[in-house]
Design a protein around this ligand. Structure first.
Ligand SMILES: Cc1cc2nc3c(=O)[nH]c(=O)nc-3n(C[C@H](O)[C@H](O)[C@H](O)COP(=O)(O)O)c2cc1C
Length: 398
């Protein structure tokens, strides 16, 4: 299943902030995802970036004036508003946010926004004091009330050199918001899907733990793909280095026991559970309260106890349950045994010995095994595409 961004007409409004340079990256990412991108630059934006940058990236006309005789807008000034599937304003200055909130339409961007019925993402970028100013706060509140999606801003180092809230969120996150809005009426809308991701950490003492090499990438890809098809997604995430995906509720946990509790809570109202996490099978019998000292002995034995089998313990007849099996030998046989013992609808087995699949990489090569023994060997795909293949099979079980 393609990204919901593919073949969509997206108006990218760029306003006069130093964060304009990030808009070029966003335009490139949108084009790479298959969107037709019509860029609109405000007068102030043109002080920071050039028309040529966006024309080269999008291969399309860049709009700067309603009155240019060479532009279609001089024939139909609301043409962009009518053709847009989505409008993204990134970066959005305090000035443009104020104009939109007050219905002003004195340039291409604000005219297009006033005339459109398409969903609109606003990614504010400004100095922290400008964002905290009651005028901006009131304008943002007005826009939220009118159904605009306000993406960010993030906290961090601002162009002024100060730290605070006002940084434009990253293009990757704006892409997430765009996928979510464009996919909201997708084939999983109205469904709640719980996904687990990452490798649990089982504490030995306050500084050491037992964990595994799971990066969390497969679980995050499933969560994003489900969001992009309109599902309400709860991600229960063991420690990892991935950015929190926009539009997904994330519960961060550490150990298998934490994960069990979070998943039980989330599954009360869920339609599907997809266990992509690598849950530690064993944990230390006891967690030491202080760091274990390197004493005179050259050996140290840890006594381990078995962790609970999370997915086997969740019993709800209306819940579709999908397990993962990361196997290094006897992939299919071992997976079939797990389907039975965990009462799964199907299992996704991946061969973690291959360099291009399994842990850490962005691609995966999986075999889907069904309770009746049918196996489907899928080709090497991006984890996002593997995620859609899994969700197709989840959907057919609803
Ligand atoms: C170097 C520089 C950086 C600026 N950065 C921002 C910014 O990040 N956010 C903002 O709201 N205004 C910023 N401004 C002020 C805007 O450019 C100014 O308010 C302008 O009128 C915005 O016009 P526009 O909203 O039509 O693009 C900056 C101005 C300068 C000179």
């Amino acid at each position: 299943m393609p990204s919901p961004i593919q073949n969509k007409r997206i108006v990218l409004g760029v306003t006069g902030s130093i964060a304009c340079y990030k808009a070029a990256d966003l335009a490139s990412k949108l084009v790479q995802s298959g969107a037709l991108v019509d860029t609109v630059l405000t007068e102030a934006a043109r002080e920071f970036v050039s028309e040529l940058t966006f024309k080269s990236l999008t291969h399309r006309e860049v709009h700067t004036s309603l009155y240019s005789p060479n532009s279609n807008l001089s024939i139909n000034h609301v043409a962009l508003a009518e053709s847009a599937d989505l409008i993204i304003v990134a970066p959005a200055t305090a000035n443009t946010i104020a104009k939109i909130a007050n219905g002003i339409s004195d340039d291409v961007l604000t005219t297009t926004i006033l005339a459109t019925t398409a969903p609109i993402i606003i990614a504010p970028a400004m100095d922290a004091n400008m964002f905290d100013n009651p005028a901006t706060e009131a304008n943002v509140t007005t826009l939220i009330g009118r159904g605009f999606f306000i993406a960010g801003p993030a906290e961090g180092r601002l162009a002024s050199g100060l730290m605070g809230k006002g940084r434009m969120i990253e293009p990757f996150d704006i892409m997430g918001a765009a996928s979510m809005l464009l996919g909201k009426d997708g084939d999983l809308s109205g469904k709640k899907i719980v996904v687990s991701a990452g490798g649990t950490e089982e504490a030995i003492d306050p500084v050491r733990n037992i964990t595994n090499r799971s990066s969390g990438k497969m679980g995050y890809a499933i969560a994003e793909a489900a969001r992009d098809r309109g599902a309400m997604v709860s991600l229960v995430a063991a420690p990892n280095h991935l950015a929190k995906p926009i539009g997904i509720s994330v519960t961060n946990i550490q150990s298998a026991e934490d994960m069990k509790k979070a998943i039980e809570d989330e599954c009360l109202e869920a339609d599907a559970l997809i266990m992509a996490a690598a849950v530690a099978d064993w944990r230390p019998l006891e967690k030491l309260d202080s760091k274990a000292k390197k004493d005179k002995s050259d050996h140290w034995s840890l006594e381990l106890v078995k962790n609970p089998d999370i997915v086997a313990g969740i019993n709800s007849s209306k819940l579709i349950k999908v397990g993962f099996a990361a196997e290094s030998e006897n992939l299919v046989e071992n997976s079939k045994t797990k389907i039975e013992s965990k009462n799964l609808d199907f299992i996704v087995a991946n061969d973690i010995t291959a360099a291009d699949s399994g842990f850490s990489v962005d691609t995966n090569r999986v075999t889907i095994i069904h309770p009746d023994g049918t196996t489907e060997v899928l080709p090497l795909m991006s984890k996002y595409d593997v995620a859609h293949s899994i969700l197709d099979r989840v959907k057919s079980g609803f």
